[in-house]
Design a protein around this ligand. Structure first.
Ligand code: FES
Length: 155
């Protein structure tokens, strides 16, 4: 690990006063800085804030906002709540898997796109809904997936 990375991790812990009660905030900062939670960084945060690493991992796996695997530059999330599911979300996922040549939960080898599913995002009137980074789209028929990906630079 580079000194730069080490410094960043220590800075994040210091920003939150190295207090164990601020561990989630620290993890959020790590996630936005690195786009996921790298193991080495979590180990530093664990030492700095004096929170057992096992506890950090259990928080990381509990909250959807955290990822222990590197994510793509564009994070695609297909809503799988009941209305979206009923209106074709599984077909949208299959179309995305085909276009990106990855399975749901994976990231493309060029680190451009990652694909995941989520629970209801609260806009069921637009079902089926796809969220890409901070943009929400709906209704998205499976046949529109290619066009949608083009917007994000997919050739
Ligand atoms: S079920 Fe998809 S937005 Fe509610």
């Amino acid at each position: 690990m580079s000194n730069d990375t080490l410094e960043k991790a220590k800075k994040i812990a210091a920003k939150w006063g190295k207090k164990p009660e601020n561990i989630i905030e620290m993890m959020h900062d790590v996630q936005s800085e690195f786009n996921y939670l790298p193991k080495e960084i979590l180990e530093i945060i664990s030492k700095e804030a004096n929170v057992p690493i096992a506890q950090i991992y259990s928080i990381a796996t509990f909250y959807n906002a955290f990822s222990l695997k590197p994510k793509g530059k564009h994070k695609i999330c297909v809503c799988m709540g009941t209305p979206c599911h009923a209106l074709g979300a599984p077909k949208v996922v299959s179309a995305l898997e085909r276009e990106l040549n990855i399975k749901c939960g994976e990231t493309t080898p060029d680190m451009e796109f990652s694909l995941d599913i989520s629970g209801c995002v609260g806009t069921c009137g637009l079902a089926p809904v796809v969220v890409i980074n901070d943009d929400l789209y709906g209704p998205v028929p499976a046949t529109n997936v290619k066009k949608l990906l083009k917007k994000y630079g997919k050739k």
